[in-house]
Design a protein. Structure first.
Length: 249
């Protein structure tokens, strides 16, 4: 078959988009890597074995839920309490799955494997693309890069930093993750619907912080998406071209 000019242009555009997605995946992976070290150190301090720590990072693979579960276990809490805390903190992954499902096609076993990568970082990188093929590519690149680095850093933290104490505060790593997500979020705020969602979600979280347990404000902030219903969406935004595409402009 002879390649048409449109096909060549599509291929060139995809190559440019995928380079951007790889850069985003690399930057967000670098931002979360130190937390893998901290988790490994925390797991060792809590009395877990190396196999148990690595099991958390391989099979649970959810940063906040891993930290919560290890903290509960380290304080003498039950396995059931640790599991419930982890599940509550990862409820947001259900919303991620609904958003990403159209792009993550394939056989059941393929989709099951991809679901293991359903985390904040992979979803953020995936949503930086508009075409389904590139959205899938971004999701996989983001998810796999974080998965590999997170597990390596868990191993490093357990072996080399188990006596390092409060590593996050000592090194100022507590701002690395939020800064990376802000960098991904910022280009989207040019769209009125997404800006309304972000502002509403932030207000909900801030208002609830003094009154509810930790983690609940973040879950409740998801209701901020309702604010988008009250914003007039332009015809360009209605087809998804401006709302998602703006992330890599």
């Amino acid at each position: 078959m002879v390649e048409t000019s449109d096909e060549r242009l599509d291929g060139t555009a995809d190559a440019v988009i995928r380079r951007r997605l790889r850069r985003q995946a690399a930057s967000i992976t670098a931002a979360v890597a130190p937390f893998g070290i901290v988790f490994g150190a925390s797991a060792a301090t809590a009395g877990l074995s190396l196999v148990e720590a690595l099991g958390f990072s391989i099979f649970v693979f959810g940063g906040s839920s891993q930290f919560a579960a290890v903290e509960i276990l380290g304080d003498g809490g039950s396995v059931a309490s640790a599991a419930v805390a982890g599940l509550l903190l990862n409820v947001r992954s259900l919303a991620f799955g609904v958003i990403m499902a159209p792009a993550l096609t394939g056989a059941f076993w393929q989709r099951a494997l991809m679901s293991q990568l359903m985390i904040d970082e992979s979803t953020a990188v995936g949503l930086a693309a508009t075409e389904r093929r590139n959205r899938r590519y971004g999701f996989l690149v983001g998810g796999l890069s974080v998965f590999v680095v997170w597990n390596l850093m868990t191993l490093l933290g357990f072996v080399a930093f188990s006596g390092a104490g409060d590593l996050i505060n000592d090194l100022g790593l507590d701002v690395a993750g939020p800064a990376a997500f802000l960098a991904l979020l910022w280009p989207r705020l040019g769209d009125r619907a997404q800006l309304a969602t972000a502002v509403a979600g932030a207000v909900i979280a801030v208002v609830l912080i003094p009154f509810v347990p930790a983690g609940v404000p973040i879950l409740a902030s998801m209701f901020g998406v309702l604010a988008a219903r009250f914003v007039t969406v332009s015809p360009k935004a209605s087809d998804g071209s401006s709302t998602v595409g703006s992330a890599h402009e």
